[in-house]
Design a protein around this ligand. Sequence first.
Ligand SMILES: *Cc1c(COP(=O)(O)O)cnc(C)c1O
Length: 343
Amino acid sequence: MIDLRSDTVTKPCSRMLDAMMSARVGDDVIDIDPTVVALQERTAELLGKEAAIFMPSGTMTNQIALRCHCLPGDEFICEAQCHVYQYEQGGFAQLSGLVARTIEGVSGLLAPHQIEGVIRKEDDHSVRSRLFCLENTHNRGGGSVYPLSLVNELCGIAKAQGLATHLDGARLFNAQVATGVSAKQYCEHFDSISVCFSKGLGAPVGSCLAGSADFVRKARRARKLFGGGMRQAGFLAAAALYALENNVERLAEDHAHAKILAAGIAKTDHFQLVGTEPETNIVIFSVSADWGNAARFSELAMAKGLRCFPISAKNVRLVTHLDVSKADIERAVAIIRELDKTA
Ligand SMILES: *Cc1c(COP(=O)(O)O)cnc(C)c1O
């Protein structure tokens, strides 16, 4: 089975497991776990921030970031298709009393003029605009990458009007590898950044939230509230450290594989790429109405040995990752072309 449902499906390789098994650990809730500390320091350094904190998931790092930047009743501004808004159960409302102001981008990317008009002035009638969020690379945007100049311009507008800035960088290292712009450069104008180790980097679990030392202290308190304090978490942090040292540069292979899938899809009659050519490891395509729909595609693909997710009635998503080889990708293209011929 070739599983392209997500880059989260990867299993730790034997060297990653060795690193986990030999980790030095402590109790990260009572005081410290040395391997968690090493991961946090390394992540903070890579992102150019004072500190970072390890948590079980990217949903938790995002939601805690929102909570720490805002007060109940505050509003944050984000792109309408972003993970924070689409895939986290509105946790910001349920857990922190926040309101989201969504703006529809193009392939997930916002333009500067779109945010200028929506940041509210202080007024007794209105919620307070407090925070601006971006997602890079953008998941539902098809793994699209924000150009650095656009990130800086958007953050500049938000900051000039007194907003804090948060980056959902679940796949920030994909953006780094695709563009050659370092993660640190991308993070310069963000007050907080969430990164995931369990996506393309191939670790089994975990995310970090980075920011100023004060911000991270506040986030640590919220992590305990949210039930995210983990004791001998060094076993997991060791996997994330291994991933940072060994699995970043190789993301380029996943990007090359996504381009092969896209080229195969472009040759079909019934399936059409959504947006531009994939820039990173996500390929989204639509299924023509005369052929059927995304659910039918996923069902028939599965019967032929290819797993994928229908992400809407028409659209299917494929995600490349370190557990699929070039031969698997070529087989996937062959399956897609066979399905194209299936009336
Ligand atoms: C996967 C993902 C997250 C976090 O997801 P978890 O499953 O909670 O770790 C956050 N943002 C984006 C863009 C993602 O793709």
